[in-house]
Design a protein around this ligand. Structure first.
Ligand code: TYD
Length: 134
């Protein structure tokens, strides 16, 4: 595992009633949470992402099922399978991400440090490489 893949290990509170996981901004999530979004019903074989952000911190948690995440900082590409509601993948700014291999019923939740802003996206990989290498 390289420095690109940073996984947070969330404490779970489990008893005979099940499992509870609590996420709190600036506590077990390394930023104040301004937005939460999630992906469901991703068809078999479908891919998502293929972009980076200029200034956004995110943590991705696969709440159910699993999916594969590829991260690319312009120097290296690393992948990880997210398959646990107690594991959070930290995705910093200027990191290209690609998501694939969603299992049926997979739920991928993302916590973000900023509200949605299309101007923050870098959707062209060549432009991404130019920005990170400059
Ligand atoms: P996008 O970030 O491109 O999805 P993915 O990375 O999974 O491929 O977003 C898909 C669409 O949803 C796009 O039209 C923008 C919109 N969107 C919002 O309106 N708010 C959000 O917080 C996000 C993440 C996306």
């Amino acid at each position: 595992m390289s420095g690109l893949i940073r996984l947070l290990d969330f404490k779970d509170v489990s008893d005979k009633r099940g499992t509870l996981v609590a996420l709190e901004g600036e506590r077990n999530i390394p930023f104040a949470i301004k937005r939460v979004y999630y992906m469901v019903d991703v068809p078999p074989g479908e891919t998502r992402g293929f972009h980076a952000h200029r200034k956004l911190q995110q943590v991705a948690v696969c709440l159910n099922g699993s999916c594969k995440m590829v991260l690319d900082d312009g120097k290296t590409r690393e992948s990880v399978v997210l398959d646990s509601p107690t594991k959070g993948l930290v995705i910093g700014d200027l990191v290209w991400r690609e998501m694939s291999e969603f299992t049926a019923g997979a739920v991928l939740m993302v916590l973000a440090s900023e509200p949605y802003d299309e101007a923050d996206y870098i959707r062209d990989h060549d432009e991404f490489l130019t920005i990170v290498r400059s």
